[in-house]
Design a protein around this ligand. Structure first.
Ligand code: NAD
Length: 352
């Protein structure tokens, strides 16, 4: 018998094509009257559409969300929210926009309604990150967990194929590590396997036809489940490596997850056989690490750190940083083996 702790996260999910049209009702259910709509500059048009749907419940738009939530942007957005008398933030976009909403909520306690348009999964977690003087600080606070999430696959139709595939693998990484987390539990295992399977089936269909709403819906469903896993159980070596590579070497978020995951799984394979079984079953492969690698490569995603901006001369330093403040991991972190993992990821070799 396996012992575990399980705590459900509160939060309301409205899922399905066209569900954005229910925004007014959902804002009303939150008791909000003046919603500040958040987006990146690139998704300004989506923010305007959302503001139009909100009508006189829209307080305004703040369209300057960027990757990793710089403290200056967070302060500016908080000030705009205060000046406009906002009583709610509506974040339409990926993890960067949701992250900005979380930074506002952390300071003010304003409820967030999230409308995710990538598969990153931040909307399902109480984890926030804010970057100050080049250092990203992360933390957990129940205040930042969005109260309501509207998952409308139609909003993901514009997500470029490349980012769809890497963002999908970013989601798979949450579920894969959740399966061998020290906090793993049976409920999360079910969600993780189902989430990986849904994304594994959806990504090739999205690549074949980015306008396939069914496939987009399956991917978003998988991303939701993988996001729940990320929000409920602690992550391990893979996430530590990605935080190192993203934080200290400025590598792009979803691509880094895509490249590193097969190698992190290969590193942990012998120490986490049950997790590997679930991953390979979900992806209908013979080996978890190889199945993830093939999913990325066959769908045109990068598989080598050298192709996403990493310099070979920085691998030693990345290894040193990755060994500091370690996350619990099924296999102890061995310096030579981690350095080899990074080399394999740099070269983009298929795990043996
Ligand atoms: P992102 O939010 O930075 O988006 C990448 C780009 O894609 C942006 O220009 C965005 O405007 C654009 N985009 C997003 N959706 C689109 C769509 N449907 N159509 C067209 N363009 C679209 O990328 P991301 O990978 O979603 O998020 C990455 C960030 O989220 C990182 O900073 C990461 O640390 C954070 N994150 C946090 C958590 C958490 O739990 N706190 C979880 C996952 C990711």
């Amino acid at each position: 018998m396996r012992a575990f702790v399980y705590s459900g996260q509160p939060g309301r999910v409205v899922f399905g094509p066209g569900t954005l049209s229910q925004l007014g009702r959902e804002i009303q259910a939150l008791g909000a009257r003046r919603a500040l709509v958040l987006s990146t500059p690139e998704q300004r048009a989506s923010a305007e559409h959302v503001a139009d749907l909100l009508g006189d419940r829209a307080a305004g738009i703040f369209d300057r969300a960027v990757m990793h939530v710089p403290i200056e942007t967070a302060r500016e957005a908080r000030e705009v929210a205060r000046t406009l008398g906002a009583d709610c933030a509506v974040a339409v976009g990926g993890g960067s926009t949701t992250g900005l909403g979380k930074a506002i909520a952390l300071d003010s306690g304003l409820p967030i309604l999230a409308i995710p348009t990538t598969y990153a999964g931040s909307e399902m977690t109480p984890i926030y990150g804010i970057t100050e003087a080049g250092m990203k600080k992360t933390g957990r606070d129940a205040k930042v967990l969005p109260r309501t999430v509207i998952y409308d696959p139609e909003l993901t139709l514009t997500l470029p194929v490349g980012l769809s595939v890497t963002s999908g693998l970013n989601a798979i990484a949450h579920a894969a590590e959740g399966l061998y987390s020290v906090e793993a539990n049976p409920v999360m295992d079910l969600m993780a396997e189902e989430g990986i399977g849904a994304l594994g089936r959806a990504l090739p269909r999205i690549r074949a036809n980015p306008a396939d709403v069914e496939a987009r819906g399956d991917a978003l469903y998988g991303a939701w489940l993988c996001g729940i896993v990320l929000g409920n159980v602690g992550m391990a070596l893979h996430h530590k490596l990605c935080h190192t590579l993203g934080g200290s070497f400025n590598l792009p978020h979803a691509e880094t997850h895509t490249v590193v995951l097969p190698h992190a799984l290969a590193y942990n394979a012998a120490a986490a056989p049950r997790a590997m079984n679930r991953i390979q079953r979900a992806l209908k492969g013979k080996d978890a690490a190889q199945a993830v690698y093939d999913l990325a490569k066959d769908n045109g995603a990068p598989v080598a750190l050298r192709d996403i901006g990493m310099k070979e001369g920085d691998l030693d330093r990345a290894c040193e940083i990755a060994l500091q403040n370690q996350y619990p991991n099924p296999r102890p972190l061995e310096k030579a083996a981690i350095r080899q993992l990074l080399q394999d990821a740099f070269d983009g070799v298929r795990p043996a």
